[in-house]
Design a protein around this ligand. Structure first.
Ligand code: ADP
Ligand code: MG
Ligand code: MG
Length: 908
């Protein structure tokens, strides 16, 4: 029989930290903490497999599960010296979710399960008559249980703001207002008792079921509800964004309750063993006296600081735990040490103090900003906790990318006034229009408008809006609130707990300090400091960090695959070299005809395209040649000694002339060229192709009009010869695009040989260059061995290869791909991340067949996939010599390549 239940407690456990797949992160780490002899309330973990079986089984608990649970509870009772459901000495439990990968706040947890009319009196007696505590726990149970078990798990979707939790919260607020209370802690036992009764009445009225007054029913309901929360709306959208598979399932942890709400010697808190925003080696956390765990993350009260060293804007006047509970604080510091020694990483921990006694409730490797990840990794190297390779593994490519992202320009910042201060929860800077709802943020995002999501509090339901926003600003919540955790995980600029923010939803306005803003007004955020500005502030890049350089040095030490860049002008090339590019993998000459300074060469190109005879075409090309030469020469000069792969002209010619329906443009162009409009229309019509992506482009252009290739060869060889004469070291590689067989290569090579001989004679130099091809049509991969008899290198053009393999038009396919992903027909957009099982096979095949003909065939990739970490891993395994990507992705590709090499070594 499958074992579904693993117990932990009493300084021992059936599981351990390596069992995340089975027990979820929370369960595995609870077990590990028991093995480390830390004080953990006894409990049991129901496996993720059970969740999968539950769903397979039409949402029924597998047979025998509850027997296993009861056996586990027996063990817990023995360890804790209490009994579940017992009228004299009742044990209460929480039902906690916990997937393999942490999904903060996205699934549900219910506390205080087991409280009912049978057990309430016993618990009061046991706590020396602490009625207030018992009824506080009871009203919390009712609120959470109604929300999670009776509403969400039942699939009830109330209208916005009509959810049962919201209704009960409103009742609580109304009651407090009536009594003139400011804080929850002022509620008396009597108040809480009354509230519990009216809560239950409201639940019955709204949900039409009785709140269960039975410990056993509550337990089973709790377990099922946690399983159900795996498919809750917010959990599903979070998984989409994070790429977590739907079939992983969540574990359920049933754990003995300990109480932080028993009075002023009790408390609850959350901490990080190092500062998750900056990476500083300081114990960083927040805690609340007389409260239960969810109060801290939900931002109901402003939490106190853990110690004096890490006080912030929001809590600087509040006493720390170090001050108020020095003994327990010391104990917690010891826990910090033990955990870091064991995990060799920064941990995020949850703890509760029940009447002076410390209990650990959770630990996991903590989410952090890119800057913090960098700082911590290098610190831990110094401390001897991790080695250099591990340092390289500690930054995800996304975190590195985040380090390259813009921050507010501090010089410009000084010219503006800070209008409000909050907590610096997520890194970088953001300038954008105010969005007051997730919908609005999403709307802005689809219109490509930078925006800042401004919300009252940190609400996990907002995850899609948070994703769509460039920055997040909230009025409430602490550094450990859900929004802060999520934003940090994404490296998104985020300020929380900014109490100067007052939102008026009805009027769609927000006051920040004494300024008033409408939705759509622009504000700026400094996420590293927690500062808000009323106007747009300039932004700059954040690369000049010495730690960044040190880190990239280690990356290159362990990297084996080359990284080049796609660049078409000297500035981009220089930029990419600064980012560590080792050459250019794709130089697209067409880019000379777009954007600034393109008028003159574009006019020559049009002359060439629009003529109908070879003589005129040759004349036009002759005028174009100096422009090509100049473009190639300028970039080759910057690269001096590093290779430049020049791709012969590729795109369909009609892209460079007006469309037939653009009558005004045609008229103007005809006038400019001194030809009749009618004649011009005829020429443009002649260029028309039904399917230009499969038409006259790439090498086909050079075969049909050999003079076009000849001009390019002439420009390239002359640029090379001139540079050699000037004392530079040009490494030219010429590649032929869209090849389908070796004959095309031979055809073009004959031209190259002839032109090269001419130039060599003229300049009196010997030109060395490489002749190669792109592999971007499936047929080419099949005959790669023949192709390699002429080609000295392959460059896989994975954009076109994907287009041709799928038969998806790159330019039109977006809508289809979106539906395909939603319907789970394909896992991801194949133009973003390489389709490894399909297109990837062609890449492997091409490499293999090519090298069977030419053992030292150099193989690389150009195209967007070269900057996608998952694809880079694949290319490394496929044996490619290099990837090429846009300049800004170069550091990311370097890191991904190094990580692929280290992973391969570790797998051995
Ligand atoms: P999440 O995954 O959203 O963090 P948790 O399962 O960790 O949810 O529960 C939320 C909070 O409830 C935690 O912060 C923790 O402090 C509190 N909690 C959970 N189980 C217990 C327990 N057995 N005793 C006391 N507090 C608990
Ligand atoms: Mg937690
Ligand atoms: Mg192509």
């Amino acid at each position: 029989m499958t074992k579904y239940v693993y117990t932990f407690g009493g300084k021992t456990a059936e599981g351990n930290a390596s069992m995340k797949n089975e027990l979820g992160g929370k369960g595995a780490n609870l077990a590990e903490m028991c093995l480390l002899k830390l004080p953990v309330p006894a409990g049991l973990t129901i496996t993720t497999e059970c969740c999968t079986d539950y769903y397979k089984n039409n949402c029924k608990l597998p047979k025998g599960l509850m027997d296993e649970v009861h056996a586990g509870i027996k063990k817990m009772e023995k360890i804790m010296g209490m009994k579940y459901g017992d009228p004299e000495n009742p044990l209460l439990v929480s039902c906690r979710s916990g997937a393999r990968k942490s999904m903060p706040g996205m699934m549900d947890t219910v506390l205080n399960i087991g409280l009912c009319s049978k057990t309430i009196p016993g618990l009061i007696k046991k706590t020396g008559g602490n009625e207030r505590f018992v009824y506080d726990s009871y009203r919390r149970l009712i609120m959470m249980y109604a929300d999670v078990v009776m509403e969400k798990a039942e699939g009830i979707e109330p209208a916005d703001g009509q959810g049962i939790r919201k209704q009960l919260d409103d009742m609580l607020d109304a009651y407090k207002e009536k009594k003139g209370y400011k804080s929850d802690t002022e509620l008396t036992a009597d108040d809480l008792k009354k509230l519990a009764e009216s809560f239950k009445a409201r639940i019955k009225k709204v949900l039409r079921t009785e709140f269960p007054d039975d410990a056993e029913a509550q337990l089973e309901g709790g377990i099922k509800a946690v399983f159900k929360s795996w498919n809750g709306k917010k959990a599903v959208s979070y998984r989409r964004i994070e790429g977590i598979p739907d079939d992983w399932g969540t574990a359920v942890n049933v754990q003995t309750m300990v109480f932080g709400n028993m009075g002023d010697t009790s408390a609850t808190g959350v901490a990080f063993t190092r500062n998750p925003a900056t990476g500083d080696n300081q114990f960083y956390g927040e805690w609340l006296i007389n409260a239960q765990g969810e109060d801290v993350v939900a931002g109901i009260r402003t939490p106190n600081p853990l110690n004096d060293e890490t006080k912030n804007e929001q809590n600087k006047h509040m006493p720390s735990m170090q001050k108020l509970m020095p003994e327990t604080y010391k104990e917690l510091c010891e826990v910090r040490r033990i955990l870091e020694d064991n995990y060799h990483d920064m941990l995020d921990i949850e703890f509760t103090i029940q009447d002076g006694k410390l209990y650990m409730l959770q630990c996991r490797v903590g989410k952090r900003t890119g800057v913090a990840a960098l700082t911590m990794a290098l610190d831990m190297l110094k401390e001897g906790r991790i080695d250099e390779k591990e340092v390289v593994m500690r930054l995800s490519p996304e975190q590195l990318d985040e380090l390259l992202h813009p921050i507010l320009d501090s010089t410009d910042e000084k010219k503006h006034t800070v209008i409000a201060k909050g907590l610096p929860a997520g890194p970088g800077g953001a300038v954008g229009r105010i969005a007051l709802t997730s919908e609005k943020a999403k709307e802005y995002r689809s219109a490509k408008i930078a925006n800042v999501l401004v919300r009252e509090e940190t609400n996990p339901e907002d995850v899609e809006g948070m994703r769509a926003a460039d920055g997040i600003l909230t009025a409430r919540g602490g550094m450990t609130s859900h929004a802060a955790l999520v934003a940090r995980g994404w490296g998104k600029c985020c300020i929380v707990g900014c109490d100067a923010v007052k939102i008026d939803f009805d009027k769609k306005i927000v006051h920040i300090g004494d300024k008033m803003f409408k939705e759509g007004d622009v504000i700026s955020l400094n996420g590293a400091k927690g500062w808000v500005y009323a106007e747009p502030v300039g932004m700059i890049n954040a690369t000049e960090n010495p730690l960044f350089k040190k880190f990239m040095k280690l990356v290159d030490k362990y990297r084996k695959m080359g990284v080049r860049t796609n660049a078409d002008n000297p500035e981009d090339a220089q930029n990419a070299i600064n980012f560590g590019a080792e050459g250019i993998g794709l130089f697209r000459i067409e880019h000379m005809f777009y954007g600034k300074n393109s008028e003159k060469p574009l006019a020559k190109l049009r002359n060439m395209i629009l003529t109908d005879n070879t003589k005129d075409r040759k004349a036009a090309l002759k005028e174009l040649e100096p422009y090509i030469r100049k473009a190639a020469k300028g970039t080759l000069k910057v690269l001096d000694g590093k290779p430049l792969t020049f791709r012969l002209m590729d795109p369909p010619l009609h892209e460079f002339v007006p469309k037939l329906e653009e009558k005004d443009k045609i008229k103007a162009l005809a006038k400019e060229r001194g030809m009749s409009t009618k004649e011009l229309v005829k020429r443009i019509a002649a260029l028309h192709e039904v399917n230009p992506m499969m038409g006259l482009r790439g090498v086909r252009l050079g075969v049909v009009y050999p003079e076009i290739t000849e001009t390019q060869f002439r420009a390239l060889f002359q640029a090379t010869a001139e540079l050699m004469k000037e004392g530079f070291d040009p490494h030219l590689e010429i590649m032929v695009p869209l090849t389908i067989n070796v004959k095309e290569l031979e055809h073009q090579k004959a031209i190259a040989d002839r032109v090269k001989a001419e130039i060599e004679k003229k300049f009196g130099v010997k030109i060395n260059y490489m002749y190669g091809t792109m592999i971007e049509i499936p047929r080419a991969t099949l005959v790669a061995d023949q192709i390699a008899s002429v080609a000295q290198f392959f460059s896989f053009g994975t954009n076109d290869l994907t287009q041709m393999t799928f038969g998806f038009s790159r330019d039109d396919v977006n809508a289809i791909v979106k539906d395909y992903i939603e319907e789970k027909i394909i896992p991801a957009d194949p133009f973003n991340t390489l389709d490894q099982e399909g297109v990837g096979q062609l890449v492997k095949l091409g490499v293999q067949r090519g090298r069977s003909q030419r053992a030292n065939l150099k193989c690389g990739v150009c195209g967007e996939h070269g900057g996608d970490p998952a694809s880079v891993h694949f290319f490394y395994k496929a044996g490619l010599n290099y990837v090429s990507c846009s300049p800004f992705r170069v550091p990311v590709a370097r890191l991904a390549a190094a990580q692929a090499a280290i992973e391969e070594e570790r797998a051995k």
